[in-house]
Write a protein that binds this ligand. Structure first.
Ligand code: ATP
Ligand code: MG
Length: 357
């Protein structure tokens, strides 16, 4: 069986370092491994509109921003197909058919949907499209016959729901759809990177982000404003590392080699943590080190991004070509789905072929 990847992002803002460690970094590694037959990366503008219906400009403007972030991080359009979701009507049709296979109470139980409804204060006024987005996500994944979906941990319930839809579809209409598997980052700090405010998740919609495109000064200022251990008032106080966002970021980003590179007195993160726990290591010193690590990672990404931003016609053209390629793939799956559901009425064995007269 072919190895096919589908993943993507909502163009609701520029991408941030949570996206990088949660999914983007891994996508680039998978892409460059040469082990995958097809890789599709989706700009989920239609999904972004489910909770931004009154702000279409924001969604449009962020399509190019996210595409630039992809290219800056090393997504190679020769190896990965980057496409725009809304330009594939096949995805809307698949969603429509899958809606019959999912109950309202099942979506209501989806923990990510629940958390996002609370976060967006939608309790009394949930848009139907937003409520149904796990179903449209199943359409996106299955349209590409993807068996590998590299995403952040918040997407786990979406993948579970997709697998249920695939099984239900195949049991009702016969084997048609491919069952996907989630691929999470192996480093647990990367699964759901917290925001700089220490909140549960760095998220474009909350605005607690360090963006891949932030300038050097913004990265520095955000790092130095970060939440640490509120009980660690003086450098001499013993400090907590667990739940301390600065250390969570070091878990996600720092490598042993960085300690030597940036002249740290510690050989590795464990030694630094031990000193912080014991007392005698101030937040400023830890933040200085984190800032050095972040600047080293983000500097080249920012520079590449600026280069691509000089040539937007090139970026638009690759999105157009990618979208055409993706549309052909989705159309192929949709025709299999229609056939399985007895919706290929005008095929030779369609309408009238089983009347028995
Ligand atoms: P929005 O607030 O509009 O939902 P978002 O920041 O959650 O934006 P998405 O476009 O929904 O970003 O998510 C894109 C991908 O990045 C998904 O695979 C998601 O799991 C992953 N991701 C998003 N935020 C984080 C994070 N803080 N840590 C790890 N992975 C993340
Ligand atoms: Mg999200």
């Amino acid at each position: 069986m072919s190895k096919i990847i589908l993943t993507g992002d909502r163009p609701t803002g520029k991408l941030h370092i949570g996206h990088y460690v949660g999914s983007l970094k891994q996508r680039v590694e998978l892409q460059n491994s040469g082990l995958y037959d097809e890789i599709y990366i989706m700009l989920a503008d239609a999904q972004a509109l489910t909770d931004n219906a009154d702000n279409p400009r924001k969604v449009r403007d962020n399509i190019l921003e996210v595409a630039l972030d992809y290219l800056a991080c090393g997504i190679d359009p020769q190896k990965s197909v980057i496409f725009i979701q809304s330009q594939l009507p096949q995805l809307y049709e698949l969603s429509f058919h899958y809606m019959n296979l999912v109950t309202v109470s099942r979506v209501q139980r989806n923990p990510t949907v629940k958390a996002e409804i609370a976060q967006k204060n939608f309790e009394q006024s949930i848009p139907v499209g937003f409520f149904a987005y796990p179903i449209s996500q199943a359409a996106d994944i299955t349209a590409f016959e993807a068996n590998i979906v590299p995403v952040g941990e918040d997407q786990k319930p979406m993948l579970e729901q997709t697998v249920e839809i695939v099984r239900k579809f195949n049991s009702v209409y016969g084997p048609t759809l491919v069952e996907p598997q989630i691929l999470l980052a192996s480093n647990t700090a990367c699964l759901r990177l917290p925001g700089t405010d220490g909140k549960a998740k760095m998220s474009k919609s909350i605005g607690n982000c360090i963006y891949l495109s932030d300038c050097e000064k913004d990265v520095h200022d955000k790092v130095f404003d970060m939440y640490t251990d509120p009980g660690h008032l003086r450098a001499t106080d013993p400090g907590k590392v667990e739940g301390n966002t600065v250390f969570t970021y070091l878990d996600a980003f720092a490598e042993d080699a960085d300690f030597e590179k940036f002249n740290s007195p510690y050989a590795n993160l464990d030694e630094m943590k031990a000193h912080y726990r014991k007392g005698g290591l101030g937040d400023v010193a830890v933040k200085k080190f984190l800032n050095a690590v972040m600047q080293e990672l983000l500097g080249p990404i920012r520079a590449r991004r600026q280069e691509y931003a000089q040539d937007l016609p090139f970026v638009i053209d690759l999105l157009k070509k990618g979208t055409e390629q993706a549309r052909a793939k989705a159309a192929n799956t949709l025709s299999k789905v229609r056939r399985a559901m007895c919706l290929d009425h005008f095929a030779p064995d369609g309408l009238g072929s089983h009347t028995g007269s």
